[in-house]
Design a protein around this ligand. Structure first.
Ligand code: NAP
Length: 252
């Protein structure tokens, strides 16, 4: 990769202080982008992280916002653009995971999961896209999941929210193509981050056994795809979902 592939660009990564989002931020900063690291509750991690980026010669700020609140999102985007300039690159990565059977998927769990994962993606895109349209340039990547592509009786709300993100990616990609904005998605399989901490070791072992590559993925293996989709290396791609699951997506 060209080291300064994103020089002069500003990126916003939601849920950027941990897990997959954190590695996306690290790679974007290392490739020259100024990075807005959004967090919801992990303030300490976010503040330490942006200091770490600065001490490696990068530019980053941490901004708090719950992506499910359009008011908080609008405020974050305004503050981020004031500090680092217009947002060219957006990674809708923030997400929560409901690992519960259908009879424990209460209306509250359903609503919260849809609000953060799907409405959150819509909210941040809504706040960022007028500037992208005005400048005739933007690249957006939405973090879906292979849960969108197969039945998931142990995470119904999550699976629906992630399927909605693929549909949103496709519809927005068509709506925004003529404006110079590309919208793509990534659908990871099991990746080693905090979000899967509620999955029991025996369930994890089963999932790994059902994965042709017989292992869990690492955040960098997803961040590499995100950066590819954000970059001009994928300049003729829009509305697409790249799957990275060690082959698990092919199985039930
Ligand atoms: P993670 O380390 O738990 O990260 C989740 C991130 O989402 C955190 O940074 C968290 O920020 C943020 N977040 C949660 N609710 C938020 C809200 N309301 N507003 C703003 N940010 C919020 O897990 P991860 O695996 O890296 O997850 C990143 C994305 O990958 C998620 O969308 C997830 O669904 C997707 N994914 C993960 C896997 C996997 O197996 N790990 C597989 C497929 C897809 P705070 O800590 O500040 O709250």
């Amino acid at each position: 990769m060209n080291q300064l592939e994103f020089a002069g660009k500003t990126a916003l990564v939601t849920g950027g202080s941990k897990g997959i989002g954190r590695v996306c931020c690290e790679q974007l900063a290392a490739a020259g982008a100024a990075v807005i690291v959004n967090y919801s509750s992990s303030e300490k991690a976010a503040l330490e992280f942006v200091e770490q980026i600065a001490s490696s010669g990068g530019r980053a700020i941490a901004l708090q916002a719950d992506v499910s609140s359009i008011d908080e999102v609008q405020e974050m985007v305004h503050a981020g653009e004031e500090a680092l300039g217009p947002i060219d690159l957006l990674v809708n990565n923030a997400g929560i995971f409901d690992y519960v059977p259908h009879d424990e998927t209460t209306p509250d769990i359903w609503q919260r999961t849809l609000n953060v994962n799907l409405t959150g993606t819509y909210n941040v895109t809504w706040a960022v896209k007028p500037g992208m349209i005005e400048r005739g340039y933007g690249s957006i990547v939405n973090m879906s999941s292979i849960s969108a592509l197969r039945p998931r009786p142990l995470s119904i709300a999550y699976a629906v929210s992630k399927a909605g993100m693929i549909s949103l990616t496709q519809s927005l990609s068509v709506a925004l193509a003529k404006k110079g904005i590309r919208v793509n998605a990534v659908a990871p399989g099991l990746i080693e981050t905090d979000i899967i901490s509620d999955v029991s070791q025996s369930d994890l072992d089963n999932l790994i056994n059902q994965t042709p590559m017989e292992r869990i993925g690492q955040p960098k293996e997803i961040a590499d795809l995100v950066l590819f989709l954000l970059s001009e290396r994928s300049s003729f791609m829009t509305g697409q979902t790249l799957v990275a699951s060690g082959g698990r997506v092919m199985l039930p």
